[in-house]
Design a protein around this ligand. Structure first.
Ligand code: NAP
Length: 203
């Protein structure tokens, strides 16, 4: 009998990707016995009106560079190639069609994003397609997650990741302030950022 595939989908804006994301993906791979983790940079993220998001192609390439040395990691263009605003439910339904109903899907993302899940498009349908893995930073108030979605039957697993003390917002702020980002993200990603002069204007 063919083994059931367990696929992790690491959803995020990755603006930029950093070691917190990479450690979270590796942790999910092992903790949830996944076969591989597919990084899924968002195309046009929902509700990012407070700041300009870096063009998708840059975020995609930084994600490819950061994950290239890990044979268990892949990067998908599914969301960045889909026109319009990115909705996770569309992605999971597409993956279901590609991989078939026997594949188990795990959507991994930040706990704060998951807190809002009831407001996401077709959240009930999303709940039917996958298990959610909420990655938290150390000291995260877990009671916030216990007040979450009741109307939909969400399967939510929590995963504390110490390295998530690193954040994309902090990295962008540091670059504007010309403070060091070494050891917060892979050196090759830092080089890509410098070469393309990303984040120099505004965090
Ligand atoms: P966000 O609001 O920018 O991030 C919320 C928090 O989660 C931040 O602290 C962020 O830290 C962290 N985070 C984001 N992605 C993470 C990951 N993969 N692993 C660990 N921590 C992560 O979140 P976002 O990037 O816009 O959205 C996250 C995912 O949810 C995306 O795949 C997005 O498409 C999906 N989403 C879907 C809908 C919808 O379908 N309606 C709505 C909202 C979000 P960093 O800034 O350091 O990453």
């Amino acid at each position: 009998m063919r083994k059931q595939l367990r696929l992790g989908i690491m959803g995020g804006t990755f603006d930029p990707i950093h070691y917190g994301h990479l450690v979270a993906a590796e942790e999910a791979l092992v903790q949830f016995n996944l076969d591989r983790v597919v990084f899924m940079p968002t195309g046009e993220p929902v509700r990012k009106t407070h700041r300009l998001v870096t063009p998708a192609e840059h975020r995609y390439l930084m994600t490819v560079i950061a994950t290239a040395s890990n044979p268990d990691f892949e990067v998908s263009r599914l969301e960045i190639d889909r026109p319009g605003v990115t909705y996770t439910v569309d992605t999971m339904l597409e993956l279901r069609t590609i991989h078939g109903s026997e594949t188990e899907l795990f959507f991994i993302t930040g706990a704060d994003a998951i807190l809002d899940i009831l407001t996401w498009k077709d959240s009930q349908r999303l709940a039917d397609t996958c298990t959610l893995i909420a990655a938290t930073r150390p000291g995260y108030d877990l009671s916030r997650l216990s007040q979450r979605p009741e109307s939909a039957e969400f399967k939510i697993e929590l995963m504390e990741v110490p390295a998530l003390a690193i954040s994309s917002t902090d990295i962008r702020t540091r670059i504007v302030a010309k403070r060091p980002v070494r050891y917060l993200l892979p050196e090759a990603v830092a080089t890509y950022i410098r070469k393309n002069r990303l984040y120099e204007g505004a965090a």
